[in-house]
Each structure stands twice: as C-alpha cells, then as structure tokens.
Design a protein around this ligand. Sequence first.
Ligand code: 2HG
Ligand code: ZN
Length: 460
Amino acid sequence: MNTSALAALRQSLPALKLTTEASELEHYGRDWTRRWTPAPLAIAWPTDTAQVQGIVQWANAQAVALVPSGGRTGLSGGAVAANGELVVSLERMNRVLAFDAIDRTLTVQPGIALQTVQNAAIEHGLIYPVDFGARGSCQIGGNVATNAGGIRVIRYGNTRNWIAGLKVVTGAGDVLDLNRGLVKNASGYDLRHLFIGSEGTLGIVVEATLALTDAPPPSQVLLFAVPHMDALMQVFGACRARLSLSAFEFFTDRALHHVMAHGAQNPFAEIAPYYVVTEFDAGDEAQQNAALALFEHCLEQGWVTDGVVSQSEAQARSLWRLREGITESLAPHKPYKNDISVRIAAVPAFLHDMQALLSREYPEFDVIWFGHIGDGNLHINIVKPEGMDYAAFIAECERVTELLCEVLVHHAGSISAEHGIGLVKKPYLGSARSAEEIALMRGIRAVLDPNGIMNPGKLF
Ligand code: 2HG
Ligand code: ZN
C-alpha cells in the first residue's frame, strides 16, 4: 500500500532515514493512551528543516497524511498514527542550537527532551521553569504542540509563556520564523501562538527559542493529610496568603493506594481521604517559620490532620514521588482519563458537582482524582473493573464524560486543561469552544494546511 509514494519520498530525499519495519511502526504509531492499534505507513527521522520541508512537500503532492511525533507521552491520542500516515519523528533533531546570555534564551531543536532543556538552562545559571512528570521522555516540540502545563503553572504559567520564538514548517510547506526571540513585537497577529497548542494540525515545529529565568530560592515541600474535600481549597487559600508557592497539588487516598502498590511509602501513620503537596520558597528562617505557623493554623481550623515538611532534597523528592508517581502506577490498568479545568475560584463548587456525578455514575469503578488543583486543573482516572470488557468500559466512561461536560459547561470550564484534544476528547470539543470558534479554527487550518495533511482526525 502506498509503496509508490514511499519510493517517491526515497527518491526526493535519499538521505532521509525511513523505515516500514513492523516493530518500529508499532512503537512510533502510538502514544501513552494505548487505545488505538498503530498502523502508520512508515516512520521518517528528518535531521534538519530542509528535510522536514521536503517531507511536507512530498505529503502534499502524494496526499499522504503526516503525524508529527515527539516523545509520544501524550494522553489524548494526539500522536497516534492508526491510519496509514507517515510518522515524522523529530527525535534526531535534538540539539541545543544556541544560548544567549543577554536575551536569556535557549534555542533548541524540537526533539530535545524537556529534562535536557532544564539541565542546559541550569548549566547557564538559569532555569526553564515548565516541569512535569514526563520530563525525561517528552520533547519540546510536543510540549509546544499541546501547550504543556504541569506542576509549576501556578507560578510560571504554561509552555506558551516561555516561547520567545518558533520556527515552523506549515502544512503548506512554508518555513516561518515567528517572533525571533523579540520581547516586544507589535507588528500584527502573533502567529507563533497559533502553533502553540495546535496539536500538530497546522505544521511542524523545527526550532524553538525558549525564554529562561532566574532560579528560585531554596524551597521545601509540604505534604498535608486533609480530612475532607472542602478543606482542600481552604488550605490553598491559607498557603497562598502566607507562603510563596511554586506548586500546589492534590491527590486522594485511592491515588495513594496505587502509588504505594508501586513502592512509594506513606509518611503518615493513618490514611486520609485527601492529600496536598505544596512547594514553597524557604530560603530563610522567616519563610520556614511561616510554613510552621501555617501548619498550626490549618490544624487548628481542622483543615489538615497531619503534615510533614521536607528536611532534605531526598525527602522532597520522596514526597513529590507520591504525586508524580500516580500516572505510572495506574498505567498498567489502562485507565480512562479526564483532564479538566475550571477557574480557580470555581473549584470548590465544581468539586461538589463533580463528586456527586462521579459517585452516582461510577459507583462500582475505582475513580482516582489528583492534579494541579492550585490552577484549577483536575485529573480523573477511571480504572476498569476486572472482568469488564474494555470496549464496554470505554463506552461507559464516554457516556459519563458527556455528563461531565454538562457540569463543566455549567462552571464555564474546559474538557482539556493541558493534555490536548487529540482523538480522546474530540467528541467533546464543542463543550469547551463555541461553534463560531471551531469554525474559525477550521478556517485557520485551511489556510496553513490547505490539503489537510497535518495530523488529520485530531482535534476536530
Ligand atoms: C500529571 O499531572 C499528568 O501527572 C498526567 O498530567 C495526568 O495521568 C494523568 O491523568
Ligand atoms: Zn497534569
């Protein structure tokens, strides 16, 4: 199938590494969702912008769909290739191209891992502050494509805030050098932002100029045991008023159960229904004392029942592991995932409506909540009961997701906070975006990718 198209690609780009080997098709055709059977035409590994452009021109001429591929740690099926597409893996374009000490920017290729970027920034005495659990395997190109968020959004915002420049090959095959690292650039539409969060549907990122910032002061991590749901946001209010926070996360006893089954240790003697992990600046004694006073206050108010504050880097890491290890501990169960957001102020009311819905609709299922509650982003993972047919399980979860969308609409929230729409959330896009917005998105797509070769079937 399509062998003549592949022959034409080989002919026009003889130096391009290409394969149709079955194990590679399987590996590069899937992401972390594991829901679709990978079935790409072939995998290509370009090494420079000219090759990416050559691939896009070939895809337009041959009417072959392209799936841009980073670390494929995505959870919405955005990088799945299950339909005879050419997967364009950017992993050979993984270099740091430049560091500019005056601009405080790092220019990188798209296939570089997030953690490599973070380390490169540290070598220059600065930080790249976007951070999340998949840091070792996800790639910057994918971070841009999904506007990745993570655990530091509360202080630093999403990937979008850190993209000072972007070079892309559009679906039409044009190379655009967008914003070029400028801090100020009032020269019309900022096209860079169209590509951030576009999930590979407008073009392929071939270079990103990342803004860096000062390293924060030394920090400490606090883990609180929280006795009831309403206390979560009360603790948040108290923490935000008294400490300088860089993260505020939560998880439930069910999440703790799974990470402990995966080897993590519970630092408390008793199990609480909810937990908060928060990180705060603790560079001096006054900040450390403020944390202790905060703990006392929360205890007195009955908002927490226990707490532990990290006394070393190693302890901070082990407290973080309780939160960051959740996804991995659930992965063997192939859970159904929701990644939703509401305004921070709407979280308490939303939590009540959501809890009522989940306990009514999923009485028999293991429902695990956790996430970035300090920025209004909750993750819900639903584990399939043993013995239940997988397709029936997904159908049931999709039925409940429709109801969840109604609750989200009521609270003016979004069905995708940071994982993207991809294939998983596609049926629900209309709950987060108006018909007019979706029509405009389609129009933009038609301009930048007139033949619809860029990641078709995703997002819309
Ligand atoms: C996280 O916050 C990730 O840990 C993954 O966004 C969330 O597995 C999930 O549902
Ligand atoms: Zn998350």
